[in-house]
Design a protein around this ligand. Structure first.
Ligand SMILES: [Zn+2]
Ligand SMILES: [Zn+2]
Length: 164
């Protein structure tokens, strides 16, 4: 991750109240690039913070403290740094749940992270062809596509030759 843009302002007054802010930041390690939660975790491994009588995800609270007090419940955090303990707002993008599945570690996301075609040509630069089919991105290898075209042409020519 690159350096954070948002300053840690641990004792900033906020709509959640100074006492909440103080209690919250006392549980965060602000010394690293990621701001890591140092206390209890939710079942799925995110920081857990009690606020208003309920257990909240720590990164939500950090966002509410530093960025915007309102955060729609249907948005989920996509940790760009892939560190679930991190509460740094700069490392988090709020997305709808289906986008998050694609970016996370599901089959779609894993496929998207494949960097080479089955013949080991890199999906990069001129060799990368991106097609959108039914709303999904599909990557193709130009070397292989050209190879297939050449083979098809050769077969067609051979057939013509055989017919003569
Ligand atoms: Zn982070
Ligand atoms: Zn290829």
């Amino acid at each position: 991750m690159t350096a954070t843009l948002i300053e840690p302002r641990p004792f900033l007054h906020s709509l959640l109240g100074e006492a909440v802010a103080e209690r919250f930041w006392s549980k965060v390690d602000l010394t690293g690039v990621c701001w890591e939660w140092t206390r209890g975790l939710t079942d799925d491994g995110y920081g857990k913070f009690w606020y208003n009588g309920a257990a909240r995800r720590a990164h939500r609270i950090a966002w509410m403290l530093l960025v915007a007090p309102e955060l729609p419940d249907d948005l989920v955090a996509d940790h760009l740094c892939r560190n679930r303990l991190c509460v740094c707002p700069d490392h988090i993008e709020w997305v709808t749940p289906d986008v998050n599945t694609l970016r996370g570690f599901g089959p779609a996301a894993l496929a998207a992270r494949v960097t080479h075609c089955p013949q080991d040509h890199e999906y990069a630069g001129d060799n990368l062809i991106v097609r959108v089919q039914q709303g999904r991105e599909r990557r193709e290898c130009r070397t292989c596509v050209n190879e297939q075209k050449r083979a098809r042409r050769a077969r067609a020519l051979a057939k013509l030759g055989a017919g003569r």
